[in-house]
Design a binder for this molecule. Structure first.
Ligand SMILES: C[S@@+](CC[C@H](N)C(=O)[O-])C[C@H]1O[C@@H](n2cnc3c(N)ncnc32)[C@H](O)[C@@H]1O
Length: 278
């Protein structure tokens, strides 16, 4: 029997520099030289899938591809999209115990919430589920929930709303029962009543302008800033704060830090900041 030989595509220093530069210029993600092996291994399947002989050809193809799909495919593989429901639950506790009571007192609600770097949707769907749990009657016109990401693949997953059971582990069983349909022993799908609450769109946080019609009450940008170098991070943060309502909240990942004074943000508790009132 013939032995199958697994051949590894090698990423040369030159090819790594081309790819790292392209990634930095287009999505702002900084890939230092020590990431070369990681990039080499994460892109192996893409070369095979596209039937390409080497990384330089991949680079050329991406540059020539006006649709941006191949670039998106590559970014998908390089970045970590890992996420799950009720991740960093202190944020959701704050939402329910400190922000929801304020919203409950409003006679007119126009609440807008953005998950910037939403990956496959677990973060914004958790918010949607909590809204359904706490606001009766639910009036769709009062709520605008937006999930955006650079990666088309994760946005498709978000729209489909199908998750393996391990992603739901932090959700209380009664919430799973109420808001998911079990597809098989280990797979669940978010019910349409939750899916319909969220709009998913592709959005590159590196954009020079953030053209949103209205401002947001809360922006969740968690475990995303970690990818950017200081200057890109500062640009993104300035934009995020600009599109927050005065008094609105910014949630970042617990392992991330920001210089809050630069953005006129008030520290509320770890990884929660509030934009100063106008
Ligand atoms: C680890 S996930 C975070 C998901 C979720 N916010 C959480 O904390 O669980 C990071 C996401 O940031 C996205 N991302 C990276 N660079 C981006 C960019 N320039 N614009 C928009 N999204 C980006 C990635 O595609 C990925 O889905």
């Amino acid at each position: 029997m013939e032995k199958e030989i697994f051949s590894l595509f090698r990423l040369t220093d030159r090819e790594f520099a081309l790819i790292a530069n392209l990634v930095y210029e287009t999505v702002g993600i900084h890939l230092p030289p020590e990431k070369r092996i990681l990039v080499e291994s994460r892109l192996q399947h893409l070369l095979k899938q596209e039937n390409l002989p080497n990384f330089e050809t991949l680079y050329q193809r991406i540059v020539q591809d006006e649709s941006g799909l191949l670039l998106s495919e590559m970014i998908n593989r390089i970045t970590t999209n890992h996420t799950y429901f009720m991740r960093e639950s202190a944020h959701y506790d704050f939402l329910v115990h400190h922000i929801f009571p304020l919203w409950k007192n409003l006679s007119y609600r126009d609440i807008r919430i953005w998950s910037a770097g939403c990956s496959s949707g677990e973060e914004i769907y958790t918010v949607a589920i909590l809204i359904r749990e706490h606001f009766f009657p639910y009036r769709p016109e009062e709520w605008g929930l937006l999930g955006t990401d650079i990666s088309l693949r994760v946005l498709e997953q978000a729209q489909e709303g199908v998750y393996s059971a391990d992603r739901l582990e932090n959700l209380e069983p009664f919430l799973i029962q109420k808001y998911f349909v079990q597809l098989d022993a280990t797979t669940y799908q978010v019910k349409n009543e939750i899916k319909d609450m969220v709009l998913f769109k592709r959005f590159n946080l590196m954009r020079e302008t953030y053209p949103f019609k209205g401002k947001f009450d809360i922006i969740w940008c968690r475990n995303v800033l970690i990818y950017f170098d200081q200057s890109h991070k500062e640009n993104i943060l300035s934009h995020l704060v600009e599109v927050l309502k005065p008094g609105g909240y910014l949630f970042i990942g617990h392992s991330e830090t920001i210089e809050r004074e630069k953005y006129h943000l008030r520290f509320i508790q770890p990884a929660i900041y509030q934009k100063e009132a106008a």
